[in-house]
Design a protein around this ligand. Structure first.
Ligand SMILES: C[S@@+](CC[C@H](N)C(=O)[O-])C[C@H]1O[C@@H](n2cnc3c(N)ncnc32)[C@H](O)[C@@H]1O
Length: 179
């Protein structure tokens, strides 16, 4: 499911304050959050790369992005992070960058922590990178949450209590900024 309007507005506010030139999304689904994030990226030649495991979703998200007039800003890429590290490094290099300014994590919850650690190990995130992670409570990413809570010396961490998309059930979004 997509992040929805309530949490989407929170994500928007972080995109605005971070004003990223380079952004990465893990989990495109139908492209809803990609359109929201890219719409807030105001720097010239800014770019969002959205990784998606499902080929069918890649096709749908690409069409939605095109329909929103954002094809020059968003690339929906078929695959998973562990097989795309070199490609992402090349993409960043072509933009004169080496790390992502903003990351939205919204794919399978058990991949949150391993993929965050992979981004760190690969040097794709660095001081100042803002990492926004959805669904911390529901369905829940407990390993990611406890890692963030126990590494506050390396990151500024804020957990926003909110609601699971299109419901009144509790959820939270966690925002970590690398120190
Ligand atoms: C919650 S949806 C994403 C919603 C989207 N971010 C939005 O708000 O519009 C999760 C998506 O992650 C994809 N996914 C699951 N595991 C993945 C992985 N390891 N890498 C990339 N995408 C993955 C799923 O196919 C699904 O489309």
């Amino acid at each position: 499911m997509c992040v929805g309007p309530i949490k989407g507005a929170l994500v928007d506010s972080y995109v605005r304050s971070c004003n990223p030139r380079t952004a990465l999304e893990l989990g495109a689904y139908c492209g809803y959050s990609a359109v929201r994030i890219a719409s807030g990226m105001q720097q010239p030649s800014s770019k969002l790369i959205s990784l998606e495991i499902s080929a069918a979703n890649v096709e749908i998200a690409t069409q939605i992005v095109h329909h929103a007039g954002l094809s020059s800003k968003v690339q929906v890429v078929h695959g998973i992070l562990s097989t795309k590290i070199d490609e992402l490094k090349q993409q960043l290099k072509s933009m004169g960058a080496s790390t992502f300014d903003f990351v939205f994590i919204d794919h399978y919850k058990q991949f949150y922590l391993p993929d965050f650690l992979l981004l760190k190990e690969a040097g794709l995130i660095s001081k100042g990178t803002v990492i926004v992670a959805d669904n911390i409570i529901r369905p829940g990413a407990p390993a990611y949450r406890s890692y963030m809570e126990s590494h506050k010396e390396a990151m500024d961490v804020v957990e926003h209590k909110t609601w699971f998309e299109y419901s009144s059930l509790p959820d939270s979004i966690m925002v970590s900024t690398l120190k």
